[in-house]
Design a protein around this ligand. Structure first.
Ligand code: HEM
Length: 403
């Protein structure tokens, strides 16, 4: 990857997906607010400094409005947005107030720290069962397939009431939608996803259960607080956000530990430090690279650069979390550091709704893996990272479970 010290957009390629901070290190100094082009042809403004990132995430002049988004994206070179069928885009993460406030309120209470804490025994049971199955499948396996993916997928599916048999299908479609593959493949995945979710919603309407999706469907039928497209989009957002990120908190975090035997041993000896280590996993190598798409409604200025109205803006969470102005020696994995204020869960009104759930799942996951497989080691090079500007995700994490 080469940086032209002029106004041409920075081109994001596989080197960037594998080690984004190599680019951010240069950009934060030389071009902290710059134009960039992603693999699907979208050209956007990229913000890489901590202070700018935090301000931008909290800036009401940066809009999300899903009704206007397709037109803005198309104008900036995106070829693939139309494949996200209408029924998948009208969710809270693509909404501004007052729609955002209304949508988030509907599910907000279910995701508080206190409500989520009640799930701990069930999450521990799922983690133990996965560790048992991994032991059978081992001694060498892909930790993503056998543990990091099925744990959050099972948890969010149980919360929402999604039957088990379609989870691998869902993983496949979600993978295609969040990565930068051929347009036809992504269109087919979006159509399958939309079909699956609308059947699921119809089923919850006909046979309501004791699950969150049934509750959301009931809310939409009882009043005019939610349209049927919003129900499907909500299910889509919760299912995708509920697993695509946590899998990588476990995967990226475990990779950091396996590359640092000293820290691995310290954590094994004192598992009560896991919550603190999880915050450093989030800061050091978080699951979200560039936050979701925002666009300007009027000119905005960051670090002396003016972004005109009608432009697409992506805020780099990894860039912000590695900013030496905020975190000294940021390339060092250091579970003892002060991680407060990290932006791995975003900031402002769209701050991650599922953060309490993600933290609980990671706590259980690392405690379980450290106790069950104390001698875990890398079994070869980890896979490349997925071709996605949104998700910072390994394609595989081969490990040997026992010495
Ligand atoms: C929003 C990260 C897990 C649900 C966000 C945002 C980030 C994020 C960065 C804001 C994006 C933006 O402003 O553009 C993460 C990370 C996770 C995680 C790093 C795991 C380690 C979860 C889980 C759920 C979830 C388990 C479960 C439901 C959501 C929802 C939003 C969101 C619903 C939208 C909130 C809104 O628009 O008000 N997440 N997330 N996330 N996340 Fe998470």
């Amino acid at each position: 990857m080469t940086i032209d010290h002029d106004t041409r957009p920075v081109v994001l390629d596989q080197d960037f997906f594998d080690d984004p901070d190599a680019l951010y290190r240069e950009l934060r100094d030389a071009r902290p607010v710059t134009r960039a082009t992603g693999p699907n042809g979208l050209t956007f403004w990229m913000i890489t400094r901590y202070d700018d990132a935090r301000a931008a995430l909290n800036d009401p002049r940066l809009r999300k409005d899903s009704r206007r988004l397709p037109e803005v994206l198309q104008r900036h070179g995106a070829t693939s947005f139309r494949q996200f069928a209408d029924s998948l885009v009208g969710h809270m993460l693509n909404a501004d107030p007052p729609d955002h406030t209304r949508l988030r309120k509907l599910v907000g209470r279910a995701f508080t720290v206190r409500a989520i804490a009640r799930l701990r025994p069930r999450i521990e049971q799922i983690a133990t069962e996965l560790a048992d199955a991994a032991e059978q499948a081992g001694p060498e396996l892909d930790l993503l397939d056998h543990f990091a993916f099925p744990l959050p997928m099972t948890v969010i599916s149980e919360i929402l009431g999604v039957p088990g048999e379609r989870r691998e299908d869902f993983r496949h479609w979600s993978n295609l939608l969040l990565s930068s593959g051929p347009d036809e493949e992504r269109a087919a995945a979006a159509a399958s996803m939309a079909q699956f979710l609308s059947e699921l919603v119809a089923d919850k309407s006909a046979h309501p259960g004791d699950d969150m999706l049934s509750e959301i469907v009931r809310a939409s039928e009882d009043g005019d607080s939610l349209s049927s497209a919003e129900v499907t989009a909500m299910a889509f957002l919760l299912l995708v956000a509920g697993h695509e990120t946590t899998v990588n908190l476990i995967g990226n975090g475990m990779l950091a530990l396996l590359r640092d035997p000293g820290q691995h041993a310290r954590l094994r000896a004192d598992p009560d430090r896991v919550p603190q280590a999880v915050e450093e996993f989030l800061r050091y190598d978080g699951p979200v690279n560039l936050a979701t798409i925002r666009f300007t409604d009027e000119p905005v200025e960051y670090s002396g650069v003016t972004i005109p109205a009608g432009e697409v803006v992506l805020v780099s969470l990894i860039g912000a979390n590695r900013d030496p102005g905020r975190y000294p020696d940021p390339q060092r994995f250091d579970p003892d550091r002060d991680t407060s204020g990290h932006l791995a869960f975003g900031y402002g009104i769209h701050h991650c709704l599922g953060a309490p759930l993600a933290r609980l799942e990671a706590d259980v996951a690392f405690r379980t893996l450290l106790a069950r497989f104390p001698d875990m080691a890398l079994a070869g090079a980890p896979g490349q990272h997925r071709e996605s500007t949104l998700i910072h995700a390994l394609t595989a994490l081969p490990v040997r479970l026992n010495a």
